[in-house]
Design a protein around this ligand. Structure first.
Ligand SMILES: [Fe+2]
Length: 235
């Protein structure tokens, strides 16, 4: 059996499989997928944002920008898990809401493009220990916010990486956020209490989030909230 190692390879093979079905009718078990009153269970993030920031119309600050860096790759797949299966590292779930500063409302259908280094601080397009092809898009994803501006993805805690002899970049996740009628924002998420934050020339305090450690029977994972506020286009 051929092992499919690239995303393009998978899509190509999947296409062949569908073509080979020919005119056979595909029957799915059961009825249509049931809807849910609230796919998030509760409006925790909205409530948290209101609690933390007070009335939205008086305290929303636009999210600060940050450097794009050299490792962005356009065209990442739309998915909510950045890493391949069984990726080494501490599992991490990041969630948040994208807001409009102009309308003081959450933004549905905003596009988030996120990318990061692996546990060892290596980007998939700058690795020295493993060869990947550009269409693997390891540690990268795009996603859309839902009708209430929410997004959520699973990844692993990114590793720090060395730039020069004594220069390190702290753990961070790159973001590019686009929404109709708003300025595209390129920024980075950092983790509070990372000792490499302060010496880093790109680090901004407002972009550092708290991490909560969650213990389960299967092991421990981290979770954090990163809300984003976009400025309107042309201001
Ligand atoms: Fe980076």
């Amino acid at each position: 059996m051929t092992r499919i190692t690239t995303r393009r390879g998978f899509l190509g093979t999947a296409g062949l499989g569908i073509a080979s079905i020919g005119a056979r009718r595909l029957t799915l078990p059961g009825g249509p997928t049931e809807d849910a009153a609230n796919p998030h269970g509760k409006d925790r993030l909205l409530v948290d944002a209101l609690k933390e920031n007070g009335p939205i119309n008086t305290s929303l600050e636009p999210t600060e920008d940050d450097a794009l860096g050299p490792f962005h790759m356009a065209g990442a797949p739309y998915r909510a898990k950045l890493t391949p299966l069984f990726e080494p590292g501490t599992p991490l779930v990041i969630r948040g809401q994208v807001w409009s500063l102009a309308t003081e409302s959450p933004l549905p259908m905003a596009t988030l493009d996120v990318w990061q280094a692996n546990d060892k601080g290596e980007y998939d397009n700058n690795k020295v220990t493993e060869v990947t092809t550009p269409d693997d898009f390891h540690y990268r994803a795009r996603m859309l916010t839902d009708e209430k501006g929410y997004y959520e993805f699973e990844t692993i805690h990114p590793g720090a990486y060395q730039l020069g002899r004594s220069t390190w970049r702290p753990s961070h996740i790159h973001y590019m956020i686009q929404a109709a009628g708003h300025q595209t924002l390129v920024t980075q998420l950092y983790f509070k209490d990372d000792p490499r934050n302060e010496p880093d020339s790109l680090f901004k305090k407002s972009l550092a989030i708290d991490i909560e450690k969650v213990k389960t029977e299967q092991g421990e994972y981290e979770t954090g909230i990163f809300h984003i506020v976009l400025k309107a286009a042309g201001v």
